[in-house]
Design a protein around this ligand. Structure first.
Ligand code: R5P
Length: 290
């Protein structure tokens, strides 16, 4: 009886990195999409008595990624796994963690109920949007942070008098973790989002960033609006190089262009969402709790 990693279609690289660090097998998973868009999963392995670690991000296309996860979990139970740990590096719908306006669905609560219905023993998440998200789970759930790893990435870069900035109050604890690794100053901005239009307004703040490299840190970069506002501000205050770092680089629509026009020198994301900006792997953080 051993340990085996099953990497879902959204997380092949991260799954392999986790299996390598754990020095265990990676199950070969077959998957495809039918012409009508439906997902197909096949797991031709014997999991009887095994302890299984499933790794599947639920980044866009979220609903398809969730269905793939449900298919994998159902199969793994049927194939006789003894224990199932589900690693969901990016948890879809986690920003809708409460009712912001009357009559809204609490989307992440629905997602948590569905995941739990598959008889899982443990869930591992990375930098969830808020503590509330964890409260919706009734099974053992553990959150790890990519921030110390992102901090280490920056420790290896030659930075000029660095300054870490959280683009809103919620990201302050993330910025603090990165600043701690680099051993530099950090601060945060005030931001308001219009709940209907989604438009972001960032309030001006005087900061001592003239001639310094600024690292703007957030949990998620989606449309890039939040980071772009912060970047424009520090650029106006004389910042030298401006970096954008986040755990989950969704980078939807024209986010890359928006960030580049706002003066971002480099974008650093992780492999919670596998892409060209996945420069930091969260595998060590995940393995530390397995
Ligand atoms: C929201 O509060 C999150 O922490 C991020 O700040 C947000 O998701 C970023 O979104 P966008 O890139 O669209 O501004």
């Amino acid at each position: 009886m051993g340990l085996i990693v099953v990497a879902g279609p959204a997380s092949p690289k991260l799954g392999r990195r986790i299996a390598n660090l754990l020095k265990c097998d990676l199950a070969s998973l077959e998957w495809k999409r039918f012409p009508d868009g439906e997902s197909y999963i096949r797991l031709p392995v014997d999991l009887k008595g095994e302890s299984v670690v499933v790794v599947q991000s639920t980044s866009p296309p979220q609903d398809k990624r969730l269905m793939e996860l449900f298919f994998m979990l159902d199969l793994i139970n049927e194939l006789g796994a003894r224990e199932v740990t589900v690693v969901i590096p990016y948890l879809a719908y986690m920003r809708q963690d409460k009712r912001f306006r009357d009559g809204e669905v609490i989307s992440v609560r629905v997602v948590s109920k569905l995941i739990e219905s598959f008889n899982v023993d443990r869930i591992v998440l990375v930098d969830v949007h808020s503590r509330l998200v964890l409260d919706y789970f009734n099974v053992d759930v553990v959150e790890v942070s990519a921030m110390p790893l992102i901090g280490s990435y920056f420790s290896n870069i030659d930075l000029s008098n660095p300054f870490v900035l959280a683009p809103d109050r919620k990201a302050l604890n993330l910025a603090e973790k990165v600043a701690e690794k680099i051993d530099c100053e950090f601060d945060f901005l005030e931001k308001r989002r219009d709940r209907v239009t989604g438009e972001v307004k960032t309030y001006f703040k005087k900061m001592n960033v003239d001639g310094r490299d600024v690292i703007i840190v957030d949990d998620i970069i989606s449309t890039g609006g939040t980071i772009a506002n912060a970047a424009e501000m520090v650029k106006g205050l004389g910042a030298r190089r401006i970096y954008a770092a986040c755990t989950h680089a969704l980078l939807v629509k024209d986010a890359l262009m928006k960030l580049s026009s706002a003066g971002i020198f480099e974008i650093i994301g992780t492999d919670t969402i596998e892409s060209n900006v996945s420069k930091v792997s969260v595998a060590p953080a995940i393995v530390s709790v397995l």
